[in-house]
Ligand binder design. Sequence first.
Ligand SMILES: *Cc1c(COP(=O)(O)O)cnc(C)c1O
Length: 404
Amino acid sequence: MLDIERIRADFPILSRKVNGHPLVYFDNAATSQTPKQVIDCIVDYYQNYNANIHRGVHSLSQEATEAYEDARIALQKFFNAGKKEEIIFTAGTTHGINLVASGFASHINEGDEIMVSALEHHSNIVPWQMLCEKTGAKLRVIPMTEEGELDMNGFHTLLSNKTKLVFVNHVSNALGTINPIKEIIEQAHKVGAAVLVDGAQAAPHIQADVQALDVDFYVVSAHKMYGPTGVGMLYGKEKWLNKLPPYQGGGEMIEEVTFEKTSYAGLPHKFEAGTPNICGGIAFGCAINYLLDLGMDKIAEYEDKLLQYATKELLEIDGLKIYGTSKKKTAVISFNIEDLHPYDIGTIVDKLGIAVRTGHHCAQPIMDFYKIPGTIRASFSFYNTKKEIDTFLNAVKRAKIMLS
Ligand SMILES: *Cc1c(COP(=O)(O)O)cnc(C)c1O
């Protein structure tokens, strides 16, 4: 069992007040809070060994390089990648997706098809639309069901040997649905398509094994995994990373430069042009170790209890409807109460110290499907408690009375 009180003490921000009330932070699907172990790691870097990496012979540079490469190995182990060269540091999920989309421009032709799902975040839709515009490929959309799950019959119908790429999130950020990515990957490979999985929302809850999944690309953001903003990871199979051209030109990504011809560095440096977010990468490694110390299974088990409790209690409120009722969900609840505006409810609960997200959650197509402008989304972490959920339930009931 997790010792929640001890864990909460690791997160300094959880003891602050907001609008005179103790903070209740239920916006973990947008960004997670940072434990002092990760904050200490950031301070330690700038106080003791801040230097550019991979270049200097001096000691500080060597220490920084070693710490940065250790973080890469921590990520490799966490996601069970076969080689550390398959782990590319990025600025986050959006950057990782764009890197792959831009690289595929030279592998996609007119008449080819790219498949995305109806449950995607905008960052997993727009880059593919841009790729289709550039190449003349067609975008196909895996439909969704009323429960907020992918319609797998629809997927099978759309899949053909024209399909070159499939993009799907592991967990939907708007609804919390855990998608059957193993089946999607297996089926896509049968027609020779590559699969990119957006793991941004899954990674803080589910430890993906990229080799067991046989996924071609997997992308995440550190800031949703208790690390800092501005850093993330792209895992890519070596054979794909070797095929794709570099994303950006600059220092670090070259082997030899003359004005006639430049040869590129090997993996992973080919995709890491310029000075990276060194401190961010190192802190990402610290965050991974923090998660592993708690234990991913224990985290999932505890968060699921919070999800079940909050779901049951919220449904007691008259007129409240939950969107996304899949049996396989992470701890995300998207809901509305009758025709009350999500924004108004969000504003009232904020006055009571509670942080939730309101709006379309960067997933407008899902909102269009349900014919709603948006939802209120409460998303839980292992540092949240049943008592906080009770505070939230009272605040929602109060908002309902005030607004009806
Ligand atoms: C947050 C999120 C993203 C975008 O991540 P950034 O860190 O903003 O690049 C993409 N997909 C999903 C499912 C997300 O939850």
